[in-house]
Structures are given as C-alpha cells and as structure tokens.
Design a protein around this ligand. Sequence first.
Ligand code: FMN
Length: 369
Amino acid sequence: MDSIFNFIYKRIFKQIFFLFDPEFAHDLVIYIGSILGRFRFITCICLRMFSYKNKRLNQKIKNISFSNPVGLSAGFDKDGDLVNILPCIGFGFAQIGTITNLPYGGNPKPRMYRLKKTKSIVVNYGLKNIGVERIVSKLKKVKVKDFPLGISIGRTNCKEAGELDKGVRDYSECLSKVIESDVGNFYTINISCPNLHGGEPFTTPEKLRYLLKTLYSNPVSKPVFIKMPVHLKWSGFNELCKVADSFNVDGLIIANLAKDRTSANLKDYLPDHIKGHMSGMPTQSLSDELISKTYENYKDTFVIVGVGGIFSAEDAYEKIKKGASLVQLVTGIIFEGPQLVGQINKGLVRLLDKDGFYNISEAIGAYHK
Ligand SMILES: Cc1cc2nc3c(=O)[nH]c(=O)nc-3n(C[C@H](O)[C@H](O)[C@H](O)COP(=O)(O)O)c2cc1C
C-alpha cells in the first residue's frame, strides 16, 4: 500500500504541485487539508490509508503520551489549520506556528524556493502568521483528542519588536496569551528564526538568559522547549545549552534552517537574489552532529527533538540513536509525500528489530552507550 501511495504521490501529485509556485502549492495543501479535516469519514479513511500504529513506538515524555516519535515540524501548519487531519496522516505530534503576538503578512515574495535536486526549500517567510489571538481561538475548537501539540512562539516580525526590550516583552505577551488559553501540550521558544527584522536576536547566551528570565518570571505549567539554531559550532551552541540548563528548560529542538550556502553542497543553482535559509538535506548532517554532541554532554538533561533532512526511517533512526527522543520533519513530506510518516514509523519498528530493541526509547542515544 505504501509503495502505491509513494508512486501516486511522486508520479502525479508532486508533478502537479511542483508546477506551481511553492508558496501557492503550500497554501493549496493547507486549504485542502483544512477542509478534509472537517469530515469525520474522510479523517477515518486517511487514518486507515496512512497511519501505522505499533505500541513499540509509544513513549511518555514529560508526562505527555506520544503514540509515535514522528512529528510535524514548525512552519508547515503556521496558523493551526491542519490539526484535525494530522493524526490521521500518522503523525505522533505536531508543532503549530511559529506564532507571534501580532500578525505578520510575511516578507516580500518570493519567500519559498525549491532546490529540487538538493531536496531543500529556501525559506524566507519571516514568521508569517495570523497572530496569537486568532490562532488560539481556532485551536480551542479543535476536535482531536490525545494528539500532542507544541505551540511554537516567536517574536513579532516588526521594526519595534526588533529592539531587545520590546522584543522580549513581545515574546512574553505572546506566551502569556497561549498559557491563558490553555491550548497545546508544550511550548517551544523559537529563538532561531533567521529571517527577521534585526536578525536572529536570542542566539547569544546573554540575550537568551534575558529572554528566559523574563519568560519564566511567570509560572509556566507545561514543558518548555527551545528551537535551536543549526549553524553554530559546538562551542557557541553549548553556551546556549548551558543557559537553557540553568533555567531547567525541558527540551531542545535541534534544529532550524541552515544559513551557509557555500558549505551546503547544493546540487541546484541558487541565485543570489533568492533570500532565505535552507531546509532539508543541507541541515541533515549539521543537526545530526549537534544532536550527538548535546546528548553526549547532557544525557537526559534535555529531551532532544531531532529535526533536519529526514527523508526515510533510516534518517529518523540515525537522529534517535544519536540522542533524539522524538523527531520532526517538514521538507520530507513535501518531497516524498504524506505516506512518508507511516513509512518512517513502520521502518523504525524494522530497525528496532534489527538492533534487538523492543521499545523506541531503548534506541535513544544508543551510539553513546
Ligand atoms: C516552509 C518552511 C517554513 C518554516 N517555518 C518555520 C517556523 O515558522 N518556525 C520554525 O521554528 N521553523 C520553521 N521552519 C524550519 C523547520 O521547522 C525545520 O526546522 C527545518 O526545515 C529542518 O527540517 P526539515 O529538513 O524536515 O524541513 C520552516 C521550514 C520550512 C520548510
């Protein structure tokens, strides 16, 4: 069945989607997905067609039950439109957003550009979203139960919030509104969006400390994760880990988009006028290395969520054996299709068998044991 969907996606749907501008194709998928998610019989059909269930993939992490370790990463469902359909595709959890205190219409177009041979998307949305208030009111109406949702929170992309104090206040207001609404199971502080006014503001230890001190000045009752940058060398990355550790941050999502075009081993021509940063393959080895180093140095201090260039069960398993408890993807489903999620989960069980593990949790950090 998986191979049939794989064939249909790659030979028909992908051919059609890839004829269109990537942002138009993305918006179309969101529109169709949000409509399909309203009909119970359609979600039931999707569940039968795509999802793969196996109790060997179940985990309880920070008191949240995950039916499998494969989640949707931030940036695909920016405004929380797909929550009713995502579990039926087979995801074990999803990250909504990144959402911000004030709405933002996005950076000038084009802000998505495909690198087909490289298997990457150049992204320059700049945290486009309809704003926290509208998104949380939408999420409150979601029918799906027992599907963990992370709410990714960022700084509003405007000139004023680019100033440090105002930016911190802006984050804080956004988080307070999310906490008040009680939506989501965990919060993610996105410190690493590279496409903002004033640049990526909280990826120095001093500024991160200031941000976390402010955010934790009010009680936060759900687990907090930080979405980490991918381009830092270990020493700089470790400085951020130390700050996160000092605030008892629950987890690190490793990591965001890749910046460096020269070392990205691109197989496509990427014109200089295309602004933005790269997802998919150019992030894969960078994120793998940071996951490995973080686990090696911090063991269970942080729950690690591995993201970047997952296109197969083997890619996901590699991140898990390096130290990730959960994984997320975006670019993989764009290039491979929605059946990839079930394929990864099925493949993970095969890989567990091969290594003699029963539950997926036994494979976490296996390379370091
Ligand atoms: C179209 C697109 C939009 C994204 N927007 C966000 C975002 O709003 N917040 C965020 O934390 N990451 C965002 N990302 C980064 C992804 O969440 C992920 O970290 C990165 O793409 C690497 O994973 P992948 O190779 O599976 O795509 C975006 C990625 C893509 C492709």
